[in-house]
Design a protein around this ligand. Structure first.
Ligand code: SAH
Length: 367
């Protein structure tokens, strides 16, 4: 059962999602194929089929003898999720899909097409255990971790509909993946790092995204942030800060009671020093809660001189929340003060609010 109202780190134990090619590193795919009594090179054919040709039908596997197709597909390309509903806005260029997983758990992903790129926002857990009071996902609690392949499949599903020309603007590829859907990616560490590797491995072993095109967003699970630094991946790290002081952050991001603002930022600076990548600080502006001028100044003092960029997110409405977005003049003043400290800042161009697909609105409700 999900556990609303509490911080949950360990996901409930449930039966595992079916094993899939995308769960496995290339060498393990060959072993898996051999265990099925097939020649190991068939693993490469399956990878090409899945990651490069974006096929999802066994009948398209024409380079594999018919008799072998069925067993290989059953064992390594099982159906992982079923689309339940798709909601579309921005003239078809923002698309939110609700997925039902093998055990009935539900998650959402969002495709956002811009003139120069396509971003897939993916979920890493069904629900979330971090309990941030302004986030719709946090209110339902954590159902379970997703597998590597379940995470990857959200991206490939988007890639397939782009390739088929189902998204206005002509055929295209996914260029960016952000782990900003449901769940806390670093609380499902192994599966998320596996998904990053699958998505960034060159085609046809993987989807061939650039590591720079991947953003992992975290509430600030400090030990996992250090572990991520040691992976040697050049992904972008985003930290959901939302308050520069522990007193308020304890309330807005309850995991702050475990790891304080200073520890989270120290881990972020270690990330920038090791990867030379700019860290993104996410800050949802909430009217009269965290948008005061003095908090902008405090944030500016904490961040100045570091390789960092602040992404302000006007608070998106969520059911039952008493909070709203900041007044325009307070937002402008917040930006001005950060800039006065020499800190780079942008206000996020929010997509999908009208389909409950914007930051913090994913709840995967079927009704
Ligand atoms: N658990 C990770 C990944 C989710 S990313 C994390 O928190 O970083 C989703 C981003 O949207 C986070 O920065 C989150 O704090 C923010 N968010 C949550 N609810 C929101 C809301 N109602 N309005 C705007 N942003 C919100």
């Amino acid at each position: 059962m999900p556990t609303p109202g509490a911080l949950t780190f360990a996901a409930p134990r449930r039966s595992k999602p079916p094993r899939h090619l995308a769960d496995l590193a290339p060498a393990d795919r060959r072993t898996a194929v051999a265990e099925l009594g097939e020649r190991p090179f068939r693993a490469g054919q399956l990878s090409t089929h899945y990651f490069a040709r974006l096929a999802d039908d066994a009948a398209e596997l024409t380079d594999i003898p018919k008799a072998a197709r069925g067993p290989l597909c059953e064992a390594l390309l099982p159906r992982l999720m079923t689309p339940v509903r798709e909601m579309v806005c921005d003239a078809g260029t923002t698309r939110k899909t609700l997925w039902r997983l093998f055990d009935g758990a539900t998650v959402e992903s969002v495709l956002m097409r811009y003139p120069d790129r396509v971003t897939m926002c993916v979920s890493s857990q069904a629900g979330c255990g971090m309990n941030c009071p302004f986030c719709a996902t946090g209110q339902a609690g954590l159902t379970r971790n997703m597998s590597t392949a379940e995470i990857v499949e959200q991206v490939l599903a988007g890639a397939r509909s782009l390739a088929r020309g189902e998204v206005p603007g002509g055929p295209a590829r996914v260029s960016n993946v952000v782990f900003m859907g449901m769940g806390e990616p670093l609380a499902n560490y192994k599966a998320v790092v596996g998904a990053v590797r699958r998505l960034t491995e060159p085609s046809p072993a993987g989807y061939g995204l650039s590591q720079r095109g991947v953003t992992v967003s975290t509430v600030g699970l400090v030990p996992a942030m250090h572990r991520l630094i040691d992976e040697g991946l050049a992904v972008t790290l985003a930290v959901s800060l939302h308050a520069p002081d522990d007193e308020l952050r304890d309330e807005l991001v309850p995991v702050n009671t475990r790891w304080k603002v200073s520890e989270v930022l120290d881990a972020a600076w270690r990330y920038t020093e090791t990867t030379h990548r700019r860290v993104s600080i996410e800050y949802a502006l909430i009217k009269d809660i965290n948008d005061q001028a003095w908090r902008a100044d405090l944030l500016g003092r904490l961040l100045r001189g570091h390789l960092v960029h602040v992404n302000l997110i006007p608070l998106n409405p969520t059911p039952g929340s008493k909070w709203t977005a900041s007044r325009p003049q307070d937002e402008r003043e917040f930006v001005r003060r950060l800039e006065a400290h020499g800190v780079a800042v942008t206000v996020r161009e929010t997509r999908g609010r009208e389909i409950d697909g914007a930051c913090g609105q994913l709840a995967a409700v079927e009704a």
